[in-house]
Design a protein around this ligand. Structure first.
Ligand SMILES: Nc1ncnc2c1ncn2[C@@H]1O[C@H](COP(=O)(O)OP(=O)(O)O)[C@@H](O)[C@H]1O
Ligand SMILES: [Mg+2]
Length: 257
């Protein structure tokens, strides 16, 4: 621990490491031999075909499930349950319909720290909706409230499981910009699962492709930020897409398409 602090003196985000992590459900191998390391403040996107194991990987890191083999380390310490510095954002906002917006953001925040919930709501631009019910918000606004709820806990590791998957194209772009801005300001480590390769290239320092429960490809996106949709962007996008599509052909029989 001391050594890690010395190595990353300004780090806010956690260091994350998975060593030989595997997850089986009965006979079904969902993940195997996962070796993955994220440096503090790094933004990693995880892509791959449906059913390849992306959400399982995120749930292991979140401590929502236990690895059948291997381990997850957060800041050099083995983590086998929910970690106080980790927050998760899912595809559906999971807001409590009987609580107003601000009360939803306060869930999990101590009363004495209620101002953190108000701040988080301001950061996502929804403080003026604090007293509304979740039901009157749009899907994008509900996701912003869920993001505020995650940020109110001041996460050092933010896990995002297809958080923008249900949003329309324009709202997605707005949310991508918001997530990138908050990540730059708050310097947490981020792990984003997405089926959208452009989104991965837009946001991540590294894109990891999972193929049938294993890491098949790990590419550093060396483009400057903010990213333009130029030839460099297209290069990375097609590099990753080709990899996913080739793999699709080779293991066609094991997938239902
Ligand atoms: N609770 C579970 N019980 C049994 N099988 C599961 C369970 N959760 C996931 N799986 C299986 O593990 C594999 C990976 O699932 P998942 O991580 O959800 O994939 P992805 O998020 O990439 O679509 C799939 O074959 C899925 O059916
Ligand atoms: Mg999933």
């Amino acid at each position: 621990m001391e050594q890690l602090e010395a190595e990353w003196p300004e780090a806010v985000g956690t260091h994350l490491q998975l060593k030989r992590a595997a997850k089986r459900y009965g006979d079904k191998v969902a993940l195997s031999g996962i070796e993955l390391e994220a440096n503090p403040g790094e933004f990693i996107a995880i892509v791959g075909r449906s059913g390849c194991g992306k959400s399982t990987l995120l749930r292991l890191v979140a401590g929502l499930e236990q690895a059948t083999e291997g381990s997850v380390y957060i800041d050099g310490k083995e983590s086998r349950s929910i970690h106080p510095d980790v927050r998760v954002l899912f595809q559906d906002s999971r807001l409590l319909p009987w609580k107003r917006v601000l009360a939803n953001v306060k869930v999990g925040v101590r009363d004495s720290l209620a101002w953190k919930a108000e701040n988080a709501l301001r950061q996502v631009g929804l403080f003026d909706r604090a007293n509304d019910w979740p039901a009157v918000l749009s899907g994008g606004q509900r996701q912003r409230v869920a993001l505020a709820r995650a940020l109110a806990g001041e996460p050092r590791l933010l896990l995002l499981d297809e958080p923008l998957g249900a949003l329309d194209a324009l709202t997605r772009i707005e949310m991508q910009r918001l997530i990138e801005r908050l990540w730059r300001e708050q310097k947490f480590t981020a792990l984003l699962v997405t089926h959208d390769v452009s989104e991965a290239v837009q946001l991540a320092d590294r894109v990891v492709v999972i193929e049938n429960g294993r890491i098949g490809f790990d590419v550093r996106i060396t483009l400057p930020r903010p990213r333009e949709r130029d030839s460099g962007f297209a290069y990375f996008e097609s590099l990753i897409l080709k990899r996913i599509l080739t793999q699709e052909k080779e293991s066609y029989e094991s997938y239902s398409i």
